[in-house]
Design a binder for this molecule. Structure first.
Ligand SMILES: [Zn+2]
Length: 273
């Protein structure tokens, strides 16, 4: 395995998938992705509320009625029900079909970028997890450890089949978590309060398993840049100090970008000079 900067892509042969087999396979991928997106909705609702994500079955948050399987088909059910609960008629937030479609897009992107490989699956799952983290951190300012631990497991497992290799993956995890820990403690020494939480530490550790130690600074830079741009345009200060930014949301954006297109972005950047 060559040690590429960032994770880079393995040599992916052009997808040999046309015809009926290809159409069938991509349909399966889209459907599977939409189902994962449906589960993402469960995670987004239940994790911040400390509810179990395995049981009970899906229920309507408004009236508590169980959702039958035929009312739980991604996107389609929402359209057929015209966005309303069958029992109580309360609107089902648009977030549900949107996340389901986004789930399909995540998985398709992973396989398009890295081919029908383990890395393609890992890339798709990473985007799914990042999406859930981005939404939860945006709404609640927390990054559940369940998600980052699951993501780190995916990253480590995938690293055995190719990039960045298991040694880089482990080292990336330590670097990612270590940098945030160091910054956080440094900030506390100077300001007397924590700048970043344990969720950020775990999140950078997880991203490190995907991008390796060389990708970690790039992810941090991309996340910080995104957060700074957001604060400059929409943020601003509240009365009691700077408005708090959901850093995890921007790290998610940076992590996805660097894992998928880190090499291209670096090449483009170096080309400027
Ligand atoms: Zn209902």
């Amino acid at each position: 395995m060559t040690t590429n900067l960032f994770c880079a892509q393995s040599s992916v042969a052009a997808m040999p998938l046309g015809g009926w087999l290809g159409a069938y396979l991509w349909t399966c991928i889209v459907f599977l992705g939409a189902c994962l997106g449906s589960f993402a909705n469960v995670l987004v609702y239940r994790l911040p509320r400390n509810l179990s994500v395995v049981g009970p079955r899906s229920f309507c948050p408004a009236c508590g009625a169980r959702v039958a399987w035929h009312d739980n088909i991604p996107v389609l059910s929402w359209l057929l029900l015209r966005g309303r609960c069958r029992s109580c008629g309360q609107p089902i937030p648009r977030r549900y079909p949107v996340l389901e479609m986004a789930g399909a897009v995540c998985l398709v992107l992973g396989f398009l970028r890295f081919g029908l490989t383990a890395q393609g699956l890992a890339g798709g799952l990473l985007l799914q997890i990042l999406l859930v983290i981005a939404v939860i951190d945006w709404q609640h300012m927390i990054i559940p450890h369940t998600l980052t631990i699951a993501g780190a497991a995916v990253g480590l497992a995938a690293s055995f089949t190719g990039v960045p290799g298991w040694r880089s993956s482990l080292l990336g995890m330590l670097c990612g978590a270590g940098i945030i820990l160091a910054v956080s403690y440094g900030y506390r020494l100077i300001r007397g309060r924590m700048g970043m939480g344990g969720g950020d530490v775990m999140m950078m550790g997880m991203l490190g398993t995907f991008v390796g130690p060389w990708g970690v600074p790039a992810v941090l830079f991309a996340g910080a840049l995104g957060g700074t741009l957001y604060a400059a345009v929409w943020g601003g200060r509240t009365d009691d100090g700077p408005a708090k930014l959901p850093f995890g949301t921007f790290l998610a954006l940076g992590g996805g970008l660097i894992y998928f297109w880190g090499r291209e972005i670096l090449a483009w950047y170096l080309n400027i000079f």
